[in-house]
Every structure is written in structure tokens, then in C-alpha cells.
Design a protein around this ligand. Structure first.
Ligand code: ACO
Length: 401
């Protein structure tokens, strides 16, 4: 499609499509998704193959620049990122000012936005070179913000990790290293986190990605667009579902583990309860990421020797839903976040950090979509509406109302 031919077409018919269920906002060459067949591909590569064979940094490069990197391209990319793996000391002061009870997603969105103050050259970027510099900057700094957000929550001193480590290894070190401890990398955790981040890395025009593109379309800049995307991801109907799933599973366990009772609540239209982690706007047969993650949850818990009754409750709910007419009729299946929280919990990550981990995984997707939108010189996003309010009215003074 030559999008330039569609430019300037205004004043025609306005379609109303609540939730944009059938409205395409752009043309894109990044992620292919077939919801009926359960297919997900990044730049043509199947999610199954990438989750098994690639690492997160390779996938980030693939999403952002369009092709898998050669060894030397990957090395340079990582070296450029490492150069920026530091934040201004004043960022620590901002973090310090948040109460410990602050939700990590609010903290992350604020800190990402605050980076604009310390990296003015990354705010108004136009050329590909300026974009590249802003991209490696945020890929260097974002894991620090993520790790520090968690360390604040856990009352641990801030730590920069080690530049000799791989990208994901260093994230784990920055998150978990205790003072005066020689942190040992656990291969099982590195592989599990690599896989989780890859599965979350992009998902075409979902709520947070559309937010990043629409904010970016005003040329607000990469970091500001990402901060808006983080806020969009926070909600329980989107990225916040992974936290909500675990809280739901805990509540079911505390209530005696009666999954049937909660299935009944989910089907009762008078009850606002929804089975968190079930259903998807696009996947109507299965979510391919959920299949990969279910197997990974079994493996990780087995390898770590963790017995988690929550996993049994999750499997019980899934089995019942697959046999239940309400869920079958509405094509409601577990989504990617039904099992991710169980793995994060086994890794020792606090529940309130789960959506932050999602944001960490989604970062390359957001960047790739923002870059594509800017390189295509897309116009500012500005939906129309159909007005249903009052007709023209004469103003009355307060004493006459
Ligand atoms: N539990 C019970 N019923 C559900 C659920 C659920 N989790 N999800 C959808 N339904 C029902 C709806 O009540 C509706 O029923 P009706 O036709 O009788 O009115 C029907 O299924 C269609 O649901 P919609 O809300 O119209 O579907 P939509 O595409 O707008 O919403 C969404 C998709 C938001 C994911 C929804 O399924 C949901 O709220 N799921 C739970 C939250 C969740 O897991 N979100 C994570 C999504 S994945 C991600 O962002 C990474």
C-alpha cells in the first residue's frame, strides 16, 4: 500500500469502531500475526524458533533493524548499548523521592520520562543516526531503571552490574546481586528470562504500541513516547494482567482452591470478575506464546526444584475452561500472561514487578514501531469522532441556572 496516496484524505465518511477492532492504523513490516491460526512471526521468523534458538538482544536487533545481526553487528550493537549503561546521578534522587509503596510501573514511567531531562540530544531526533543513538541509549539505560525500581522496592542498594556480562545476564545481576555477595549466574534463570523477554518483544498494534506510535507521531521523542507506552501497558486489561493473574490464583488458593466457583463467577454477567489471563483481542484459537510459556513454566519450576501449588490451580482452570461452553463459544484461551507470572515468581521477582518485566521485554518492539513510524514519515495520529452531545445552547449566568 502506498500510504502517501492516502494522505490528505479527510472530510469523508467517519467510521465508528469502538476499541478499533477492525481499524488498521498503519502498514507495518515488523510483526505478522494470524489470530485464527495462532501464528506469530517477527520479521518473518516464527516465535517458536526465535524463543528456542535466539537470545533477546538478537531479537531486539531483528525487530528494530529488520534482519538478524551478523556476529560483528551484534557485537557493535551490544558495545554501543554498554557505552550508555549509566544514568545521571540525579536519577537516583528522583527514585529516592518515591515512597517505597509506589507501584513500580508508575515509577518506571516517570523515570523514563525523566531521562529526557538528562539526554536532551535524544529528544528531537530526525536522522537515522540520531535515532540509532537514542535507541542504544535507551537500551542501555532502561534495564538500569527496571532493576533499580525493583531494588528500591526490596530495600537493596542500587547497583550497576558488570559490563563483562551478556545483556540479560547483567539484567539479572543488576536486579538480584546482594551487597558483598559474589553473584553467580544461574543458566536456568538466564534462559528463562531470555525466553520470556523474546515472547513479549512485539505484538503489532496493541494498546501500548499504538500509544507509542501515536505519541511519537506528534514528534514528542522516543523517551516520551515510551513513557506513555509504559502507562498504557500498566492496565490490568493489557500488561497488568500478569500481576492480576497471580493475585487471582493466590485468591483462589486462599479460598480453598475451588476453581469451579471462580469459573462460575467469570461466566456470571452480574459479577465483574473475569478470569485474568484468559481471552485475547486477536487470538481466537490459541495464543502461541502461551503454549511456549506453559512448557517453560514446567521446565523452570522443575529445574529450580520449586513446587508451586499455584501452577496446579492454573492448569486446573485451563483444563476446565477448555471444556466449558461459555469459554469455547467465546474462543477464550489462556494468553501469554497466564503462565508468565508463575515463572517470574519462581525467579524471585515480586508480583508488583511483573508488568515492569513485560515492559522490559516489549521495549524493542516499541522502539521498532516508533522507528518505523518515523522513517515512514507518518502523519500525526488524530482519530475523529461522532458527536452525540447537546446542540447549540445559549449561555446562562450562574444566578439564572
Ligand atoms: N473472563 C470471562 N469472560 C470473558 C473474558 C474473561 N477473561 N474475556 C472476555 N470475556 C467475555 C466477555 O464478557 C464477552 O462476553 P459477551 O460476548 O457475552 O459479552 C466476550 O468474552 C468477548 O469479550 P470482550 O471483552 O468483548 O473482548 P475484547 O477483545 O474486547 O477483550 C481482553 C479482550 C481485554 C483481553 C479480554 O479477554 C479480557 O479482559 N481478558 C482478561 C484480561 C487479560 O488477560 N488481559 C491480557 C490480554 S493479553 C496482553 O495484553 C498481553
Amino acid at each position: 500500500i502506498d500510504i502517501s496516496k492516502l494522505r490528505g484524505v479527510t472530510g469523508g465518511v467517519t467510521t465508528i469502531d469502538p476499541g478499533y477492532k477492525n481499524t488498521g492504523s498503519c502498514v507495518s513490516g515488523i510483526t505478522f500475526l494470524d489470530g485464527e491460526k495462532g501464528i506469530l512471526r517477527y520479521r518473518g521468523y516464527s516465535i517458536e524458533e526465535l524463543a528456542e534458538k535466539a537470545d533477546f538482544l538478537e531479537v531486539a536487533y531483528l525487530l528494530i533493524f529488520g534482519d538478524l545481526p551478523t556476529s560483528s553487528e551484534l557485537e557493535k550493537f551490544h558495545a554501543d548499548i554498554k557505552k550508555h549503561a549509566v544514568v545521571d546521578d540525579d536519577v537516583k534522587k528522583i527514585l529516592d523521592a518515591f515512597p517505597k509503596s509506589a507501584h513500580p510501573m508508575g515509577v518506571l514511567a516517570s523515570l523514563t520520562s525523566a531521562l529526557t531531562a538528562f539526554n536532551p540530544s535524544s529528544v528531537n531526533v530526525d536522522s537515522e543516526e540520531e535515532m540509532y543513538n537514542a535507541i542504544v541509549r535507551i537500551l542501555g539505560k532502561f534495564p538500569i531503571l527496571v532493576a533499580w525500581t525493583m531494588r528500591k522496592k526490596m530495600g537493596l542498594p542500587l547497583d550497576y552490574g558488570s559490563s563483562s556480562l551478556g545483556y540479560v545476564e547483567n539484567i539479572l545481576q543488576m536486579m538480584f546481586k546482594r551487597p558483598d555477595e559474589d553473584y553467580k549466574q544461574n543458566k536456568i534463570l538466564v534462559n528463562a528470562l531470555d525466553k520470556l523477554l523474546i515472547l513479549h518483544a512485539d505484538h503489532e498494534q496493541n494498546c501500548s504500541t499504538s500509544t507509542v506510535r501515536i505519541v511519537g507521531s506528534s514528534h514528542a521523542g522516543l523517551f516520551a513516547s515510551l513513557s506513555a507506552g509504559i502507562s498504557a501497558l500498566w492496565g490490568p486489561l493489557h500488561g497488568g494482567a500478569n500481576q492480576a493473574v497471580l493475585e487471582m490464583l493466590e485468591a483462589i488458593k486462599a479460598d480453598g482452591g475451588d476453581t469451579k466457583k471462580y469459573m462460575g463467577k467469570a461466566k456470571d454477567k452480574a459479577d465483574p470478575f473475569r478470569l485474568m489471563g484468559f481471552g485475547h483481542r486477536v487470538y481466537k484459537n490459541f495464543d502461541p506464546r502461551a503454549r511456549i510459556i506453559k512448557v517453560a513454566a514446567d521446565e523452570v519450576l522443575g529445574d529450580l526444584g520449586v513446587q508451586d501449588p499455584i501452577l496446579d490451580i492454573a492448569k486446573g482452570l485451563e483444563k476446565e475452561a477448555l471444556e466449558d461452553q461459555y469459554f469455547v463459544d467465546r474462543k477464550l484461551y489462556p494468553n501469554v500472561d497466564f503462565y508468565s507470572g508463575i515463572i517470574y515468581r519462581a525467579m524471585g521477582i515480586p508480583v508488583e514487578m511483573f508488568t515492569v518485566m513485560f515492559a522490559l521485554g516489549r521495549l524493542p518492539g516499541w522502539i521498532a514501531q516508533w522507528r518505523e513510524m518515523r522513517l515512514r514519515k507518518e502523519p500525526i495520529g488524530r482519530p475523529r469522532q461522532v458527536y452525540i452531545g447537546e446542540n447549540e445552547r445559549a449561555f446562562k449566568a450562574a444566578s439564572d441556572r
